[in-house]
Design a protein around this ligand. Structure first.
Ligand code: FES
Length: 108
């Protein structure tokens, strides 16, 4: 099972195994990690699952950002950066074993 590494705003690191076919948002919720809310349940309509994909993983994360996701990110509570993604839109695959995502300070 791929391991995803979530790093909170204060540097606290969490390594969790997330099943293939799940998304990065659900991996956080299933493990009660702080920093990701996922209010809409992954419907790409809330932006409370905002994360920053680590630079080393930027080109490996699939699917690529969609126009809908990009527009929704504009409403994210924390600063939006080039590496910003909605974690519910990142599909966990074997290729993402070791993926690192950084969590924003807040989601509201
Ligand atoms: S959980 Fe709502 S946009 Fe990702």
């Amino acid at each position: 099972m791929p391991r995803v590494i979530y790093i909170e705003h204060d540097g606290t690191r969490h390594e969790v195994d997330v099943p293939v076919g799940e998304n990065v948002m659900r991996g956080a919720l299933y493990n009660d990690l702080p920093g990701i809310v996922g209010e809409c349940g992954g419907a790409c309509s809330c932006a409370t699952c905002h994360c920053y994909v680590d630079a080393a993983w930027a080109d490996k994360v699939l699917p690529p950002i969609s126009e809908t996701e990009r527009e929704l990110l504009e409403g994210a509570a924390a600063a939006v950066r080039p590496e910003s993604r909605l974690s519910c839109q990142i599909a966990v695959s074997p290729e993402l074993d070791g993926l690192i995502v950084h969590l924003p300070e807040h989601q509201f």
